[in-house]
Design a protein around this ligand. Structure first.
Ligand SMILES: *Cc1c(COP(=O)(O)O)cnc(C)c1O
Length: 376
C-alpha cells in the first residue's frame, strides 16, 4: 500500500551548498563558537539587511532577545511592554532579567501590537510613577507591525523598542527590511523558521559598540587578560561555526524561500476565495510579508476544529494561532491591556502547512481536505 507522507507546518529546506560550508568547518577544524563561518554569516546578513546594520549571530533568537533586554538596560523590577499575541520566547527573557512583562493586545489589520493600547499602557504606567524600560513588538507570521505608529509613540516617551523579527526575515516595511526598524532587531534560525541553522539567532543593531558588547556577553564576558578575568556575568550564547556554515548556505536561497512561501499563501487564498466564512491576513499598503505561515480565520471555533482534525486524520500538521500571553497560565498574574482581538484570532485561526519545500501535490492534498470538510 502506498503510504502518504506526513506534511509539516514548516520544515527545514536546505539549498544545497550548506554541506560544503559544514565540510569546510570540519576540514579546517573550526569546530567552535567562533571562526570564518561565524564572520561570513554575519557579513551575509548585514549585506542582505542594509548598509548600517551590525549583526551578532547567537545560539538562538531567545538568547538574542535576552541580550537585547540587557543592552537596553532592563533589570530586576523593571516593566517591559510586550506584544501579547506571540510565541512565549518573546516574553520569557523579560523574566530571565527579573523584570515584569506587561502585555499589549493586537490591532486587526496586521494582528500585531495595537499602537492605541501601547500608548494607553504607557500613559497608565507613567501615571503610576513607573515608566516602562522597553517595548517588545513582533512581526508575527512575517507580517510587519505598524512600525511608524509604534516607533513614534516609543520615541515620544523615549522608550527603546526591541523588534522581534524571528518570523520576519525577508519581510519589508515601506521598503525597509524587518529587523532594522528599531533600536534592536532579533532573528531566529530555528528549524521551523524561514531559513534555519537547526538552531540559532541573531541580534541586529546600528551601533557597533552594542554589537561588540553583545559578542562579549555571549562569550562568557571575558575581560582582556592572559588568565580568565570576569567583571560582569556572561553567557554562553554565541553561534557555533559549524551551524553558521549552514546559515551561509541558507542565505544564498533566502529570496527563493520568501517567493515560495508567498506562493503558498497565494494558492490557498485563490483556491479558498469562494468561502465567505474564511478570512486571510492581507498586506496593508507598503507592507510586504514573507508569509512564513499562511493563517486562515474561520467563522467559528467549531469549523476551525473540524478542519484541523480532518487534516490531522490525513497526517497533515496544522495548528491554532498563537495563544496570547495574557491567557497563558505561566503569566496569569501579569498585567495586560486587552481588546479581545488576539483572543478572537486564537479561537478562530489556523496555520496551514506553509513550508517552502511543499510540492504542488502536497498543497493540492491540503486543499482537497479543506474543501471536502467545508462543503460537507
Ligand atoms: C521562534 C521565535 C522566537 C525564538 O527564537 P528561537 O531561535 O527559537 O529561540 C522568538 N519570537 C518569535 C516570535 C518566534 O517565532
Amino acid at each position: 500500500m502506498l503510504t502518504k507522507t506526513k506534511l509539516y507546518l514548516s520544515s527545514p529546506h536546505m539549498g544545497g551548498t550548506e554541506h560544503a560550508y559544514v565540510a569546510d568547518a570540519f576540514d579546517t577544524n573550526w569546530i567552535a563558537p567562533l571562526g570564518p563561518h561565524v564572520d561570513g554569516f554575519e557579513k551575509a546578513i548585514e549585506t542582505y539587511l542594509d548598509a548600517e546594520s551590525h549583526v551578532a549571530v547567537l545560539s538562538s533568537g531567545t538568547a538574542a532577545i535576552h541580550l537585547a533586554l540587557q543592552l537596553a538596560g532592563v533589570g530586576p523590577g523593571d516593566d517591559v511592554l510586550c506584544q501579547s499575541f506571540t510565541f512565549s520566547a518573546s516574553a520569557n527573557p523579560i523574566l530571565y532579567q527579573g523584570a515584569n512583562p506587561i502585555f499589549i493586545d493586537s490591532e486587526p489589520d496586521t494582528w500585531n501590537m495595537s499602537p492605541e493600547l501601547l500608548e494607553t499602557a504607557i500613559k497608565d504606567r507613567i501615571k503610576h510613577h513607573k515608566k516602562p524600560k522597553a517595548i517588545i513588538a513582533v512581526h508575527l507570521y512575517g507580517m510587519p507591525y505598524k512600525a511608524r505608529e509604534i516607533t513614534a509613540i516609543a520615541k515620544s516617551y523615549e522608550i527603546p523598542v526591541i523588534e522581534d523579527s524571528a518570523e520576519a526575515l525577508g519581510s519589508t516595511y515601506f521598503g525597509q527590511k524587518c529587523g532594522t526598524l528599531a533600536e534592536f532587531g532579533i532573528l531566529s534560525f530555528n528549524g521551523n523558521k524561514i531559513i534555519t541553522t537547526s538552531g540559532g539567532g541573531a541580534l541586529i543593531t546600528k551601533d557597533i559598540a552594542l554589537k561588540q558588547r553583545a559578542v562579549f556577553l555571549s562569550t562568557q564576558a571575558r575581560d582582556a587578560a592572559p588568565h580568565y578575568e570576569h567583571s560582569v556575568v556572561g553567557y554562553n550564547y554565541r553561534m557555533s561555526n559549524v551551524l553558521a556554515g549552514i546559515g551561509r548556505g541558507q542565505m544564498e536561497v533566502l529570496d527563493e524561500r520568501v517567493r515560495a512561501r508567498r506562493a503558498n499563501y497565494q494558492f490557498y487564498k485563490t483556491q479558498l476565495s469562494s468561502f465567505n466564512s474564511i478570512q486571510f491576513l492581507e498586506e496593508p499598503e507598503g507592507f510586504f510579508a514573507n508569509r512564513w505561515l499562511t493563517c486562515v480565520i474561520f467563522d467559528s471555533y467549531e469549523q476551525r476544529e473540524t478542519v484541523r482534525l480532518a487534516l490531522l486524520a490525513d497526517d497533515i500538521e496544522s495548528r491554532p494561532l498563537w495563544k496570547p500571553m495574557h491567557l497563558q497560565p505561566v503569566f496569569s498574574n501579569t498585567a495586560s491591556y486587552t481588546n479581545g482581538v488576539s483572543e478572537h484570532l486564537f479561537n478562530h485561526g489556523l496555520c496551514l502547512p506553509s513550508g517552502s519545500n511543499l510540492t504542488q501535490d502536497d498543497l493540492d492534498r491540503v486543499l482537497q481536505i479543506i474543501l471536502n470538510t467545508l462543503s460537507s
